[in-house]
Design a protein around this ligand. Structure first.
Ligand SMILES: Nc1ncnc2c1ncn2[C@@H]1O[C@H](COP(=O)(O)OP(=O)(O)OP(=O)(O)O)[C@@H](O)[C@H]1O
Ligand SMILES: [Mg+2]
Length: 373
């Protein structure tokens, strides 16, 4: 099974997984592979490595999509029948745009954007980046300018956090503490009790900022918009479960990553979320070698001298052990995903930081099983 078959006819493809496994690389490669097959594709990357960003033409922070020049593909000998657009998520900017769209008037908009509580909230609340990534995809999805949107996901410690993001935002808006602030007339030092008033007073002396008036202003103006934002969060959450959304799990073959991938798969099953396949990236492969380290040591010794030969043989033995561990972990994951597709991409000698590197990854993602083997 190739990625092209896996996501055929889908409008959105979400690449989720644990930190550092290759989500950004995989999303960019999937977007490129689908674009080269003739689709108009946009990939939303999150914190791409600098070199990858610049090869995607994203040297400055761009919350807008940019098209990758067709000449660039030509120069690298990569066939490109469609269009590849890329963008980087700027979570703060996306929040600001959401407020700009939702605010009933200029004064409200400016009051919120300039408010210190808002500025903290829009960057610091856990799950904000996750939510904003989905929010951005939802918006592009509504605009229907692309055949396919590929979403990279933020480096959460735990891949499961991503699934909860819209729900968490809704819960925050529904939470008792926020409701208390939002209820008109209730807000004030008296309603919060003397103790709170003292703390606010102390904070004001220490930080020099009037936290209390910031809070009262923020919750005052934000209150009316909260309902609208909450409704939107629900729709954003629904997009994740939409039949036109493909959900791919990216993982590395390391033991901890595979443990997490298995937990993730179960969690999706429990919440009846769609799952379309797993991609195991950076697999240590041993192709065309059927010798053990002991077998090769004498030859290496003759070639490199005893000491260096021994070191290289030991190194080779370590590599074989890691490759064996990877094979075992991939088997474990395969049992968990049962009949669902699982695609392996080997560990390359170099980082994947340019279009050529992405094309190499595509070679594995888009190969038929027989060819890959
Ligand atoms: N198959 C591969 N072979 C060699 N290097 C790879 C491969 N896939 C990815 N890399 C490299 O591994 C590093 C991590 O990849 P990437 O940034 O895609 O991971 P990520 O899951 O997005 O990480 P984060 O969770 O931090 O966002 C990058 O330097 C990338 O170039
Ligand atoms: Mg990443």
């Amino acid at each position: 099974m190739s990625v092209a078959e896996l996501i055929e006819g889908r409008h959105v493809c979400i690449c989720a997984g644990a930190g550092g496994v290759g989500k950004t690389t995989t999303s960019a490669a999937i977007a490129m592979g689908m674009a080269s097959r003739g689709l108009k594709v946009a990939v939303l990357t999150i914190d791409p490595a600098k070199r990858l960003a610049s090869s995607l033409g994203l040297s400055e922070l761009a919350n807008e999509e940019r098209r990758i020049e067709p000449e660039l593909f030509e120069r690298h000998g990569i066939e490109m029948r469609g269009e590849l657009w890329a963008m980087m998520l700027d979570a703060k900017r996306t929040w600001d745009e959401l407020i700009e769209r939702r605010a009933p008037d200029r004064a409200t908009r400016d009051a919120i954007l300039g408010n210190r509580i808002y500025q903290q909230l829009s960057t610091a609340v856990a799950g904000t980046t996750e939510y904003m990534a989905l929010e951005r995809i939802y918006e592009l999805h509504e605009e229907r300018r692309y055949d396919l949107l590929v979403l990279d996901t933020p480096p959460t410690r735990n891949a499961l956090d991503f699934l909860d993001a819209p729900e968490r935002l809704s819960r925050f808006i529904d939470s008792r503490s926020l409701q208390l602030f939002l209820r008109p007339g209730l807000f004030g030092v008296r309603a919060l009790g003397r103790g709170t008033g003292l703390i606010f007073g102390m904070l004001k002396r220490i930080t020099g900022s009037d936290l209390l008036s910031d809070m009262s202003e923020f919750f005052g103006v934000f209150g009316d918009m909260a309902v609208g934002i909450r409704e939107r969060a629900t729709r954003v959450g629904e997009l994740m479960a939409d039949p036109r959304t493909a959900f791919l799990l990216v993982t590395s073959p390391r033991t901890d990553a595979v443990d997490e991938a298995i937990a993730f798969r179960r969690r999706l099953r429990e919440s009846r979320m769609p799952f379309d396949g797993a991609i195991v990236n950076r697999v240590h492969e041993v192709t065309g070698v059927d010798a053990s380290a002991d077998d090769v040591e004498p030859d290496l010794g003759a070639l490199l001298g005893d000491e260096l030969g021994r070191k290289v043989a030991r190194n080779f033995a370590d590599y074989l052990r890691v490759a064996e561990r990877d094979r075992e972990n991939v088997r474990r994951l395969r049992r968990e995903v049962r009949a669902e597709p699982l695609i392996e991409v080997p560990l390359f000698d170099d980082d994947v930081h340019d279009l050529e590197g992405l094309a190499r990854v595509c070679g594995f993602l888009f190969a038929e099983d027989a060819v890959r083997a």
